[in-house]
Design a protein around this ligand. Sequence first.
Ligand code: FER
Length: 276
Amino acid sequence: MLRYIVLLALLLPFTVGAQLKEKQAPEGFDFLRRGIPHGKVDTLTYDSGTVGTKRTTLVYTPPGFDRTKKYPVLYLLHGIGGDEFEWLNNGTPQVILDNLYANGKTEPMLVVLPNGRAMEDDRASGDIFAKDKVEAFATFEKDLLNDLIPFIEKQYPVKKDRNFRALAGLSMGGGQSLNFGLGNPDTFGWIGGFSSAPNTKAPGELIPEPGEIREKLNLLWISCGDKDNLMYISKDTHDYLAKHRVPHIFYVEPGGHDFKVWKNDLYMFSQLLFKE
Ligand code: FER
């Protein structure tokens, strides 16, 4: 019995809810509100040495964006059926974040919405599960680290430090965030996998050195809808992290593999970013 109580005490800080003030986003969190300051979405193209093309990225700047200040950055990644417009069209992150700022609930940050399919034709057309297209999601690690981040840091007044850089995404983008984030803990301090897909590395490969991750990370967030067929990926990752006592949040919410869940994730996750 004592053994179980000790185990529970050890696991408690790492599991759902401990750090979360709210269980879910309240009604209206994603409604466009008049009479509050709004952020802005820019469309930019950057030269990708990785792909050898010019690639498009969207960048949300927060309400009252001031070029004399320096901001933290969240890189927010799409899924297998999406592109750089997926979050904007289906997840309205600009509305969710404007509302959070208006309520004083989140730190001002830039949100970069890249295209995570790093290949010449990066549209989500044809067979989106084709081998070359799936591989392009892995190639994006180089594009992100060597092309996109340096570009963003030249174009915008941002804090160039792991403590002010977050990486999160949905499904394929969740797998990318866990793979690239945990593989580059000196680059990203805040990592979120929403309903992470089978591109997620196996736990032992993802976190070969739990001690390093335990020391370095500011936040590791893993979430999934309780009716999502891909739950086993998040659950296996969570189990491994718990076993190796790596602090993280495992947030299970009602829902499937869809934007209702991912909007809620963004609402919850973004409030934790860049805070003590
Ligand atoms: C798979 C199932 C789902 C897979 C990818 C996904 C690469 C991605 C889903 C998404 O991004 O929504 O077997 O293999």
